[in-house]
Write a protein that binds this ligand. Structure first.
Ligand code: SF4
Length: 764
């Protein structure tokens, strides 16, 4: 019997705090995957879906962007992949009566968990300006209302069109075409808030903003340095790739303020040792760095590499590679030689011995991969920090050869594909020219707004219409109070979604929710069953085929929604046959093959069982399409966050039972947390220095030079082995602490990993 949606919301009243785990996955991981699945989906549906997940003729996991190995296992998914499937494939529907029962204000009081547990959205709903309730409407009426609003705007730039990384290549391409045909480049996406810093740094240094390795490079590496990333929760199948690398003799170094279970020990439930034994020890060195200290660490390691070279010339640096492929080495060497170890120790909170050990591991490893995620990209100097990652790799030619490279790990299943399809507010003229030539209209050239600037434009009344293709922007973005106020100031908001979330309660004067199909669902159009495609974190493009009938007859696919909206808004303003897009997705793929480099013969190649891998200059041929045509070794000025006495640096993070802003449960078993989320993790010594104790109710207040109060009130202080001076709390709740103006230089990504806060006894 499928679990009914909760009537009453959850609270922290029954919060339990225990010891953090020293290992990840294992049999508990299997139980925590299958128990909710069978309860929610039933045994048959669970077996059908889980045996199709990430399989060659199956559907692609809608959670993170971890690639699939060439040889798939029967169960080619992790605990969080299973949770994502259970979340999407629930047969529970939001009933028609729901909208009369729950006003916008009522929905505002509900938690993300409660909203998501109400079931799948099944019919379009509309909230008129003079009402506080949504009401069901026909699809025709919904598109008519939106089209009228869009065409009533004074300028296309009064509208912004957001994309979440779950959107398929086909829907993303159609969406950007519709938006540009409408006349704006206001195409922010979730990448603006996560790996934008990566794209900015890598494009400048190596000419491409994507991973420079292939999946099987992991098992060929001698050393894998995992920086600012928690794969045990956010990319769990990566643990298997790391375990395979270790079985081939690789060493792993974890650079993180937190001792994450997945980087300590991994009990692979698909191996005897993982079921009956201790599993695999993961990190050979745990570098417990202070938040924001990564740039200093990387410069210190590079300094030691140069010193080792000076001590034994010709034995450490890859001179052939540097001479033939790189620029900027001399200026860099001079700059790095001046790096002050005392400043490094202050910035990192590490000892010289720890830094020396890491440098020694790097110098004595032939093939090195460095991976990273939000713990690197969401800092003020994130772009320069990533440039230092690339500097270190370039010194020993660790780019463009087996077992070596730079690998940002994407957190959303198709966030990379969406960007490749043109979902970006600042696409190149080359792309826009190709679009013009293919569709015979002149696309707008003025760059649009990204996620942060979009919120500011709403706040300032410049953006009056906002649409989200998936996602939960008001929860995901920083400075929640300001973001929500800005969103409420718009004239109309439109959300394309599968399930309810906070963004459906924080809306413009008029609001619509357009329910869409999920990846698990069979999508039949005029030309027959359709499939979509995605691009994973190592540039592999593959198909995703729905496996079960849609949970509701009225649902439309993302492509159909975009095509019908385009027809309702643009009529025949541009010579695009939107109907053909809806009828047969090969039509879209054929257009893509003529507009996007690397997608030649797309429809044909994506049908091969492994799909295809996109060209990647640095990986394939050490070709660097930078301004100079060389890989740029850059000079970056070290800056670390000053932490005044009595203040802490706080990072936002996910629990283990969460995916982005989707909350699967109130547990975080790897960190010992049960039945609650209102906790702040603080080092016991810092608690003592602050005159606080474990379990005490505290207020967490941001220290930022404006008159906005940003605070979490009445949270439970949890004594936790964080790096000294560093604290952590769950997002999206903790996003209220992150100022809108606190953004990474060069990429405008929210600085969610180094928020200066005071933690004081609660005033409640
Ligand atoms: S590792 Fe990522 S993509 Fe793979 S099953 Fe888990 S959540 Fe899904």
């Amino acid at each position: 019997m499928t679990e009914k949606p909760p009537v009453h919301d959850v609270s922290d009243d029954h919060l339990e705090v225990g010891e953090p785990r020293e290992w990840a996955a294992g049999v508990p991981g299997v139980l925590h995957s299958m128990e909710p699945a069978i309860k929610q989906l039933g045994l048959a549906r669970t077996v059908k879906l889980m045996t199709s997940l990430n399989q060659k003729d199956g559907f692609d996991c809608m959670s993170c962007a971890w690639p699939d190995p060439a040889h798939r296992k029967v169960a080619e998914f992790c605990e969080n992949g299973a949770k994502a499937v259970t979340w999407e494939a629930t047969p529970v529907l939001v009933p028609s009566s729901f909208w009369a029962e729950h006003s916008i204000d009522d929905l505002l009081d509900k938690s993300e968990y409660w909203l998501g547990m109400q079931g799948r959205l099944s019919k379009p709903v509309y909230k008129p300006a003079d009402s506080e309730h949504y009401e069901e409407v026909s699809w025709e009426r919904a598109f008519e209302v939106i089209g009228e609003k869009l065409n009533s705007l004074a300028s296309p730039d009064d509208a912004s069109f957001y994309t979440s990384g779950r959107t398929s290549n086909e829907a993303a391409f159609a969406y950007q075409l519709f938006v540009r045909a409408f006349g704006t480049n206001n195409l922010p996406d979730c990448s603006n808030m996560c790996h934008e810093s990566t794209g900015t740094a890598m494009s400048e240094v190596v000419g491409i903003g994507k991973s420079t390795i292939a999946y099987d490079d992991f098992e060929k590496a001698d050393l894998i340095i995992v920086m600012g990333q928690n794969p045990g929760t956010n990319h769990p199948r990566m643990l298997t790739a790391l375990e395979d690398a270790k079985r081939n003799g690789a060493k792993i170094v974890a650079v993180n303020p937190l001792p994450e279970a997945g980087l300590r020990r991994y009990k692979n439930p698909q191996r005897v040792a993982g079921v009956l034994g201790r599993g695999t020890e993961m990190a050979d060195q745990f570098v417990q760095i202070r938040l924001g200290g990564d740039m200093a660490l990387l410069q210190a390691v590079s300094k030691r590499v140069l010193a080792a070279e000076a001590a034994a010339p010709g034995t450490v640096l890859d001179h052939d590679f540097i001479d033939e492929y790189c620029g900027g080495f001399d200026a860099f060497a001079e700059h790095i030689a001046a790096v002050d170890d005392d400043e490094v120790l202050l910035a990192t909170g590490l000892s010289l011995a720890e830094i020396d050990e890491l440098a020694d591991r790097y110098i004595h490893s032939e093939r090195v991969i460095i991976t990273w995620a939000m713990g690197i990209t969401q800092h003020r100097k994130a772009v320069d920090t990533i440039k230092e990652i690339l500097n270190l790799l370039l010194l020993r030619g660790n780019i463009g050869r087996p077992g070596a490279g730079a690998s940002p790990i994407r957190g959303h299943s198709n966030v990379q594909g969406d960007r490749t399809m043109g979902i970006w507010e600042q696409m190149s003229d080359t792309f826009l020219d190709a679009l013009r030539d293919e569709f015979h209209f002149e696309p707008p050239r003025k760059h649009g707004v990204d996620a942060l600037d979009g919120i500011k434009a709403m706040r300032d009344g410049d953006i009056k219409f906002w649409m989200g293709l998936g996602g939960n922007l008001v929860a995901a973005i920083s400075d929640t109070q300001l973001a929500e106020k800005a969103m409420r100031g718009t004239e109309m908001t439109v959300q394309v979604s599968t399930k309810l979330n906070r963004s459906h309660a924080v809306v413009g004067a008029e609001a619509l929710i357009l329910p869409t199909m999920g990846r698990t669902e069979i999508d039949i159009q005029k030309a027959g069953p359709q499939f979509v495609s995605v691009e994973d974190t190592v540039c592999s493009v593959h198909g995703s085929h729905g496996q079960v009938p849609p949970v509701a007859a009225d649902l439309l696919s993302e492509v159909a929604i975009v095509a019908r909206l385009a027809r309702a808004t643009l009529a025949d303003r541009v010579p695009v046959d939107w109907q053909s897009f809806e009828d047969d997705y090969d039509v879209i793929r054929d257009h893509i093959s003529r507009v996007v480099p690397g997608f030649e013969r797309y429809s044909e190649r994506v049908r091969s069982r492994d799909g295809f891998v996109l060209p990647n200059g640095p990986r394939d041929s050490r070709t660097f399409t930078t301004a100079s045509g060389r890989a740029e070794i850059t000079v970056n000025h070290l800056e670390h966050v000053e932490r005044p006495e009595g203040r802490l640096l706080l990072q936002t993070l996910r629990s283990h039972d969460q995916y982005n802003t989707t909350i699967y449960s109130l547990n975080d078993r790897y960190r010992g947390i049960k039945k609650g989320r209102e906790v702040v993790f603080v080092n016991p010594a810092d608690l003592a220095d602050l005159g606080l104790v474990d379990g005490q109710r505290v207020d967490v207040i941001t220290d930022w030079p404006d008159d906005v109060e940003r605070a979490l009130r009445g949270y439970r202080a949890v004594a936790y082995p964080t790096a000294r001076g560093c604290a952590a709390a769950y997002f999206p709740e903790a996003n209220v602490l992150v100022p809108l103006d606190s953004a990474a230089l060069g990429s405008n990504t929210p600085v969610s990993k180094a928020v200066l806060v005071s933690v004081v006894a609660s005033s409640d």
